[in-house]
Design a protein around this ligand. Structure first.
Ligand code: DX5
Ligand code: ZN
Length: 221
C-alpha cells in the first residue's frame, strides 16, 4: 500500500506516557484519536538516553493493533534490524547519521515487508538524504536534537521541510514528511504549512489534561 502523503497523522510519542502502565497508555491514545504510536528507541550511544528495545515492542504488538512507528536512535540499526522486524514494527525509521550502509538498511526494511523511514537530525542538510529519497516511505525531519522529550521546537527546520516537499513533487515521490520534537498545535500548524503531514507529539499529547482535545487541536492546526 503506497503511503498517502496528504493524510494528516498524529503519532503520540510513548516516552511521554506513564511507562508503568504502557499498554493502557497506548489504548488511551487510541481512544483519544491517535493514528499511530511513535516508539522512541534509544541506545545510550547514538543519543544520551536509553529507553527500550525489541522485547518490549514484541509485547506491545500482542496488546494493540495500532500502527507502530518505530524511531531507532541507535548507532547500529543494521545490526538490530531483524529483531525490530520480528518484534512487529510496522514502520522502522533509521538515522542517516548512524553507522550503517543507509541504502542497504532501507532496502532490508522494505524487503521485510515494512515501511522504511529515514531520519535527519536538525543539523543534517537535506542534500545528504537526496540519494535515498526513492527508497523511503517517510522522511523524518527532527525538530529537536534527539534524545529527550520536552525540548523546544527548532524553527530552522521549517526550510528543510519545505525543500523536502518540493523535491517530493519534483520527483513524483510520495513519502510522508514527519516532524518530531516540540510539536504542539502551534508548531504543528507551521510544520503542516511547510509540508509535513505526520506529527509526533509527546508532551503535548500524553502530558495534556485532555488527550482527545489535544490530538484534535494538533489535527486541526
Ligand atoms: C526525541 C524523540 C521525540 C520526543 C518527542 O528524541 O524522538 O519523539 O520524545 O517529545 P516532545 O513532543 O515532548 O518533544
Ligand atoms: Zn521520535
Amino acid at each position: 500500500m503506497p503511503p498517502n502523503c496528504e493524510d494528516r497523522l498524529i503519532a503520540p510519542s510513548l516516552i511521554a506516557a506513564d511507562l508503568s502502565r504502557i499498554a493502557e497508555e497506548i489504548a488511551r491514545a487510541e481512544r483519544a484519536g491517535a493514528d499511530w504510536i511513535h516508539l522512541d528507541v534509544m541506545d545510550g550511544h547514538f543519543v544520551d538516553n536509553m529507553t527500550f528495545g525489541p522485547p518490549l515492542i514484541r509485547c506491545l504488538r500482542q496488546s494493540t493493533t495500532m500502527f507502530l512507528d518505530v524511531h531507532l536512535m541507535i548507532s547500529r540499526p543494521d545490526h538490530y534490524l531483524p529483531r525490530f522486524v520480528e518484534a512487529g514494527a510496522d514502520l522502522i525509521t533509521v538515522h542517516l547519521e548512524a553507522s550503517h550502509d543507509v541504502a542497504q538498511t532501507l532496502g532490508r526494511i522494505r524487503q521485510a515487508g515494512l515501511r522504511a523511514g529515514l531520519a535527519l537530525n536538525p543539523a543534517t542538510p537535506l542534500e545528504a538524504a537526496l540519494p535515498f529519497l526513492d527508497q523511503i516511505d517517510l522522511l523524518l525531519c527532527m525538530t529537536v536534537v534527539p534524545g529527550f522529550g520536552g525540548q523546544a521546537f527548532m524553527a530552522d527546520v521549517l526550510a528543510k521541510i519545505q525543500a523536502a516537499a518540493a523535491i517530493r513533487s519534483a520527483r513524483s515521490l510520495s513519502y510522508h514528511i514527519e516532524v518530531d520534537g516540540g510539536i504542539d498545535a502551534s508548531t504543528a500548524a507551521r510544520c503542516v504549512a511547510a509540508g509535513a503531514n505526520v506529527l509526533v507529539a509527546g508532551s503535548a499529547t500524553y502530558g495534556a489534561p485532555d488527550m482527545a482535545q489535544a490530538i484534535a487541536e494538533i489535527r486541526n492546526a
